[in-house]
Ligand binder design. Structure first.
Ligand code: C2O
Ligand code: CU
Length: 490
């Protein structure tokens, strides 16, 4: 089992590998023979006019190969419910909080009204234990999204509180199969319990990695797919920390969507998938019995994430031309008339004081300070443009990092002045990634973009969704230790 991939220091890597050897052996032994608790596909629920209820609760979860069950926090009965909605149709989700602490649901990547964005104290009051909140919105764009809490996120997300939201277009192209792979590591110790979700050492570096890597809650599952078929493979990086370099061995594949946004299909060599990022592929599967491997190359040795096993008579012969998804009608930014604003991503050793105190105005007009929010960690290690999201106990909320007039083009350059990559995400808008000077990427629409060390990445979007929107790194330990800010569209 590969443990730590990516830009961890050599020292961490060696220490981690040594510590893990014993654990890995135990796991491998118990994996064989143990019946998997889940099928290789996550169950899906269609969102209809009646809406549905998600109960956030602690439930015992037996992870593959683990000696005991872990106290997972999940929505519903099994982790990672997959909700399926239709673009342009109302979605109503009632969150019931059965946890022992407050929570909310943030709908990652959806351009929905601010009041539905699920950020405690910024867009809504936190949902206290025993309380409930109804999310009610119309997803405007088709795509592959996910949802998660936005409070004590390292722990809530780390314990499994997350789900997937697939939004179909009215004329969604039909593939021979539609396979979802949800990647998530678990921080599980040798005794079977959870390990700390946030460590100061991890938070100050690339993040704290989980050593039990799963795809759809299984270790490298074998997923049956039709042979010689044109399938859609949707990959979600639901890990709070790990970057992947995703590739397929044994089949021809094209990238057809990034963060749920259609792209002109291009052949997949490999795709760097940071935390929170999604990539969708059109794959022509191999012949009956053949195995195609989904691999992560962002590791000393490629890590198998899943194996697709082709079954049955070939559906298609001849040249593979991937189906194209319909591009969203996203508003085109007006770069020529926009002001470029640089945002520097750096480490910050000390908490920043905020003399210029601005209360946050809730959508219903009330104003509130972040004082009572427990959404911040005691550590402030990271900063955006020199501003650190205040640590717990700070009396006041920081001012917005940026302000846009409604309809104005936001034109931003992220500069990463640190030694670690930062998958930068912002709420309420889909942005165009215009240029990047380290990782080659086509111009594309996204809601999360990886900014590599020393890299400059330019994005732009029309700030057309009024409200207070978060902007943060999606390595959750970075987010929880200061690399978060908000911008205002008014
Ligand atoms: Cu998944 Cu604030 O985001
Ligand atoms: Cu980061």
């Amino acid at each position: 089992m590969n443990s730590h991939a990516g830009p961890v220091s050599r020292r961490t890597l060696l220490a981690g590998a040594a510590a893990l050897t014993a654990v890995s052996l135990t796991r491998c032994e118990s994996i064989s023979g143990a019946a998997p608790a889940f099928s290789t596909r996550l169950p899906e629920t269609a969102l209809n006019a009646d809406g549905l209820t998600l109960e956030a609760a602690e439930r015992p979860l037996s992870l593959p190969g683990n000696v005991t069950s872990v106290p997972a926090w999940i929505y519903g009965d099994t982790p990672f419910p997959v909700l399926r909605a239709r673009a342009g149709e109302r979605a109503r989700i009632r969150l019931v909080n059965r946890l022992s602490e407050h929570t909310t649901i943030h709908w990652h990547g959806l351009r929905i009204p601010n009041a539905m964005d699920g950020v405690p104290y910024v867009t809504q009051l936190p949902v206290l234990p025993g309380e409930e909140f109804s999310y009610d919105f119309v997803p405007p764009d088709p795509g592959l999204f996910f949802f998660h809490p936005h409070c004590n996120t390292a722990e809530q997300f780390g314990r499994g509180l997350a789900g997937i939201l697939i939004v179909d277009a009215p004329d969604e192209p039909v593939f021979d199969d539609d396979v979802l792979c949800v990647l998530k590591d678990w921080r599980v110790g040798a005794d079977g319990g959870f390990l700390p979700f946030l460590t100061v050492e991890g938070a100050g570096r690339a993040g704290t990695f989980g050593d039990l890597r799963t795809t759809n809650l299984l270790v490298a599952p074998e997923i049956d797919v039709p042979a010689g078929a044109n399938i859609r493979l949707r990959i979600v990086n639901l890990d709070p920390t790990r970057n992947g370099e995703i590739a397929i061995e044994g089949a021809e594949a094209f990238v057809i969507a990034i963060d749920g946004n259609a792209v002109t299909p291009f052949p997949l060599a490999s795709w760097r998938l940071g935390p929170a990022m999604r990539v969708e592929l059109a794959v022509r599967t191999a012949q009956d019995g053949a195995r195609m491997r989904l691999l992560d190359y962002f590791a000393p040795q490629p890590v198998p994430l899943a194996t697709l096993v082709a079954r049955g008579t070939a559906r298609h012969t001849g040249v593979f031309a991937p189906l194209r998804l319909r591009a969203d009608h996203l508003p085109e930014p007006d770069i020529a008339n926009a002001t470029l604003r640089e945002m520097t991503l750096t480490a910050s050793a000390v908490a920043t004081a905020y003399p210029d105190i601005a209360p946050i105005i809730l959508p219903d007009g009330r104003s509130i300070n972040l004082l009572d929010s427990l959404c911040v960690s005691p550590q402030t290690l990271w900063a955006i443009d020199g501003q650190t999201w205040p640590e717990q106990g700070h009396q006041n909320t920081p001012p917005p990092i940026l302000r846009f007039a409604r309809g104005e083009t936001a034109y931003i350059e992220f500069f990463n002045g640190s030694r670690f990559p930062h998958p930068m995400h912002l709420h309420g808008h889909t942005f165009k990634v215009l240029s990047a000077n380290t990782l080659p990427r086509p111009v594309h629409w996204a809601d999360t973009v990886l900014v590599m060390p020393d890299e400059r990445v330019r994005i732009a979007f029309v700030a057309d969704n009024p409200g207070n929107w978060m902007l943060h790194c999606h390595i959750i330990e970075h987010q929880d230790t200061g690399m978060m800010a908000w911008f205002e569209v008014a």
